[in-house]
Ligand binder design. Structure first.
Ligand code: IMP
Ligand code: ZN
Length: 366
């Protein structure tokens, strides 16, 4: 089997995916058309950005702003959640930790709570074709159990997908708003929320603003993953490490001294190759810190970040790693499997994932 196809076939674990960044282009186009007809936006201004492959950096950010104009009602939030899960499942992702920023929108009667309810409703709407699951009790209501789902052609796939949620704090938020998100995450623990993310435009916001909420999360036992060093900011990186995050994302501009700390504490790094290239965090993918981390056996996981925005898939990220860094099938499979140890879900899920990979190894490894 060709390596590209094989990267699609192997089970994969996605730990860094933003809901709104993962929307299908076709859905964005449809939503933009409706808003264009209502005169909220000029459809022609955005259509070519949505359909374009290989967007420039300013076009990526234009699209981000557009996402939040297009997805402001509950029904749309549920719809995109359902579609994003279906798309990851179609890539043979067996565990998805989907992150999203709970949003308020008074005009639509949306609170952070109701936004999250819409997300959870979207998870529940994923085609559950398994009779046993359909008849089961409320513990499966929030996708705490893996869901068998249809692929994009409507065929039933045998693979199941575990879904967990991370609530994101946007760097634009106030301390009070960030605290509210952490409390909400705690309230929704039984609904599959397993941790907190800090994300948003890296040039915006002061680290001090987020400390109370992040410490609060720690005290409540909620694991943290932080967008770290997307731009050079050594002081902030040091402060981030002081809080002992369970994982960090990107880690593009880390100085020697901080790498030492990250490596000795074995903090898993979420690596988003396409995202880093597209947002011009490095000159060339060949210079990516993946190489150093991989060679020094540091814990890492390949992730998509925003598969809609960056026109990628998790299978593609694995293919990219294989073709760029010369990894063979055995190394790629082991890389995919090693991510089990970094998920925020409990040991029962980890054990189930180990079994999935064991079965896949028998089937797919030469
Ligand atoms: P949402 O949280 O579901 O609305 O997903 C989109 C949001 O994720 C954006 O508004 C950003 O706050 C965050 N995000 C997505 N990609 C990145 C990234 O590369 N760096 C920092 N934040 C990001
Ligand atoms: Zn991200």
């Amino acid at each position: 089997m060709e390596i590209r196809e094989w990267c699609h076939e192997i089970p994969k674990i996605e730990l860094h995916a933003h809901l709104n960044g993962s929307i299908r282009d076709s859905t964005l186009l449809e939503l933009a058309k409706v808003l264009g007809e209502k005169g909220v936006i000029v459809f022609e201004d955005v259509a070519h950005v949505i359909t374009k492959n290989g967007r420039s950096l300013p076009e990526c950010f234009k699209l981000f702003d557009l996402y939040h104009i297009l997805t402001t009602d509950h029904g749309t939030v549920s719809r995109i959640t359902k579609e994003v899960v279906e798309d990851f499942a179609a890539e043979n992702v067996v565990y998805l930790e989907l992150r999203t920023t709970p949003k308020k929108n008074e005009a639509k009667g949306m609170t952070k709570q109701s936004y999250m309810k819409a997300v959870i409703d979207g998870l529940r709407a994923v085609d559950t074709v398994d009779v046993a699951l359909a008849n089961s009790d409320s513990s499966t209501d929030y996708c705490l159990e893996p869901l068998p789902i249809n692929d994009t052609q409507g065929r039933i796939r045998r693979n199941k997908i575990y879904i967990r949620l991370l609530l994101s704090i946007d760097r634009r938020e106030t301390t009070a708003s960030a605290m509210e998100t952490v409390d909400l995450a705690m309230e929704l623990k039984d609904a599959g929320v397993v941790g907190i993310d800090l994300s948003g435009n890296p040039v915006v916001g002061e680290w001090q603003t987020f400390i109370p909420a992040l410490k609060h999360a720690k005290q409540l036992g909620l694991p943290l993953t932080l967008h770290c060093a997307e731009i050079p900011n050594q002081k902030e990186v040091q402060a981030m490490l002081d809080i002992h995050p369970e994982r960090i994302g990107h880690a593009c501009f880390i100085e020697e001294e901080e790498w030492r700390r990250i490596k000795s504490a074995k903090i898993p790094v979420e690596i988003c190759l396409t995202s880093n290239v597209r947002t011009e965090r490095l000159h060339s993918i060949d210079d990516h810190h993946f190489v150093d981390l991989y060679n020094s056996k540091h814990p890492l996981a390949l992730c998509t970040d925003d598969c809609g925005l960056f026109s990628t898939t998790l299978s593609n990220e694995y293919y990219l790693a294989a073709s760029t860094f010369g990894l063979d099938k055995g190394q790629i499979f082991q890389l995919a499997r090693s991510a089990i140890e970094f998920v925020f879900a409990d040991n029962e899920v980890k054990e189930a994932l180990r079994n999935i990979f064991e079965a896949a190894e028998r089937k797919l490894m030469p």
